[in-house]
Design a protein around this ligand. Structure first.
Ligand code: NDP
Ligand code: ZN
Length: 353
C-alpha cells in the first residue's frame, strides 16, 4: 500500500509498505478525512529523535474494512472516528490512570500510530483493541468536526483538565494554534472568567475571541509575563502552555499566583533543558503545581467530545482553514503544515475511495 511519511529526517515523501493485518481484537481502517498535526512535522524534522521509513499521521476519520474475529461492536463499512491515542486497556497503567491514559506500557506507549506502526496517511491503517478504541461517527456530526476531536480537542481539553480550571478563574493560554484554541474553548466551557491568550496570527486571534478569549497578548511585543501582570496585578490562577519553548515554562510559572497551577501539553525539543530560577517558583514553596500531559485517547473520551459538538457547545471545525480533496493531496497538506503560512490553522484532506 501507499503512504506519506518520513523517508529520513528532514525528508518527507511517499512510501510503499505492506498492508497491515488485524489481530483478533483489532481493525483495519481506510481513512476518509485526515489532518496533519504540528507533531507530524516535528517528527519529520527529528524532533523526537531520528526517524526513517515511517508513514506519518495520527488524526483520521475513516471506514472499517476489516475486523478481527473477537471484535463485537464494529463491522466492515462502519464509519468511525479514531482517537490518535489507542491504549492497551489491559495495561495496569491504563487501569490505574483513567483519563491520563497515554502511557500504557511506558512513556507515550498508548500513542501507537507513527510511534509503533505506520500512521494514518496511508491507504489502510491498523487500530488495536477496536471495541475499546473506535467510536461510531454520529450521523449529525460532520466528519471534519469529528476529526478535530481525536487530537486537537482531546489534547486541548486535557490541558484544561490538568490545570483544573474552575468557575470564574483567570486563565492564561500561551499559544493559540489549533491546540491552544481548543484550550481556550475548553477553559470557557469549564467556566473560566477572564481568558488571556498569547499569540499573533490574526485568524487565530479572531477565533480565540470566538472561543472565549477576553484579552490578547503578543509575545512579539515584549515580555509576556509583564504584559499579563499589567492586565492582572497579582497574576493569573492558571497558565496553560500550548506553544513556545523551554523558556515558556519559566514564564508560565512567573505569571501564576501562589496556589495556582501551570499545565503544559506543548511538545518541547529533544535538545531542550528546563532551567527555572528558584525564586520564580517561590524557592520551591510556591504551592504552584506544574502538570504536563499527553493527549488521552479511547472510545469513551472521544464519545464525550463528540457529544459537545452534537449539542452545539463547541464547533472545532472552525480550526480547518484549508481543505484538500484526494489521497495524493496529503503531500500538499503536510508541506503546508510544515511551512505554516500565516493564514493556516489546520488543513484537512478529504479522500474518496
Ligand atoms: P502551533 O505551532 O500552531 O501554535 C503555537 C502557538 O504558540 C502559536 O499561537 C504561536 O504564536 C505561539 N508561540 C510561538 N512561539 C511562542 C513564544 N515564544 N511564546 C509564546 N507563544 C508562542 O502549534 P499547535 O497548536 O498545533 O500545537 C501546540 C503544541 O502542542 C505543539 O508543540 C504540538 O506539537 C503540541 N501537541 C501536543 C500534544 C500532546 O498530546 N501533548 C498533541 C498535539 C500537539 P503565533 O500566533 O505567532 O503563531
Ligand atoms: Zn498530534
Amino acid at each position: 500500500m501507499k503512504g506519506y511519511g518520513v523517508i529520513k529526517t528532514d525528508q518527507p515523501g511517499w512510501l510503499e509498505k505492506e498492508r497491515p493485518v488485524a489481530g483478533p481484537l483489532d481493525a483495519i481502517i481506510r481513512p476518509t478525512v485526515i489532518a496533519p498535526c504540528s507533531s507530524d512535522t516535528h517528527f519529520m524534522h527529528g524532533g523526537a529523535g531520528p526517524m526513517e521509513n515511517t508513514i506519518l499521521g495520527h488524526e483520521a476519520v475513516g471506514e472499517v474494512v476489516e475486523t478481527g474475529e473477537l471484535v463485537r461492536n464494529f463491522k466492515p463499512g462502519d464509519k468511525v472516528v479514531i482517537p490518535c491515542v489507542t491504549p492497551d486497556w489491559t495495561s495496569k497503567y491504563t487501569q490505574l490512570n483513567g483519563k491520563r491514559n497515554a502511557h500504557d506500557h511506558g512513556m507515550w506507549g498508548s500513542f501507537k500510530l507513527v510511534a509503533a506502526k505506520e500512521g494514518t496517511f496511508a491507504e489502510f491503517f491498523h487500530v488495536n483493541m477496536a471495541d475499546a478504541n473506535l467510536v461510531n461517527l454520529p450521523d449529525d456530526v460532520a466528519p471534519e468536526a469529528a476529526l478535530m476531536t481525536v487530537d486537537m480537542m482531546s489534547t486541548g481539553f486535557h490541558a484544561v483538565e490538568l490545570a483544573d480550571v474552575g468557575f470564574g478563574e483567570t486563565v492564561a493560554v500561551i499559544g493559540i494554534g489549533p491546540v491552544g484554541l481548543m484550550v481556550t474553548a475548553g477553559a470557557q466551557l469549564k467556566g473560566a472568567g477572564r481568558i488571556i491568550v498569547v499569540g499573533t496570527r490574526p485568524n487565530c486571534v479572531k477565533i480565540a475571541r470566538e472561543y472565549g478569549a477576553t484579552d490578547v497578548v503578543s509575545y512579539k511585543d515584549g515580555d509576556i509575563v509583564k504584559q499579563v501582570k499589567d492586565l492582572v496585578g497579582g497574576g493569573v490562577d492558571k497558565a496553560i502552555i500550548a506553544g513556545g519553548n523551554a523558556a515558556t515554562l519559566t514564564q508560565a510559572i512567573s505569571m501564576v499566583k501562589p496556589g495556582g497551577a501551570v499545565a503544559s501539553i506543548n511538545y518541547y525539543d529533544t535538545a531542550d533543558t528546563f532551567s527555572i530560577p528558584a525564586p520564580v517558583w517561590g524557592l520551591g514553596m510556591s504551592d504552584i503545581d506544574i502538570r504536563c500531559g499527553f493527549c488521552p485517547g479511547g472510545a469513551a473520551r472521544i464519545e464525550k467530545l463528540l457529544n459537545l459538538i452534537q449539542y452545539g457547545r463547541v464547533d472545532p471545525a472552525k480550526l480547518i482553514t484549508h481543505r484538500f480533496e484526494g489521497f495524493d493531496k496529503i503531500e500538499d497538506a503536510f508541506l503546508l503544515m510544515d511551512k505554516k503560512t500565516p493564514d493556516l490553522i489546520k488543513p484537512a484532506v478529504f479522500i474518496k475511495w
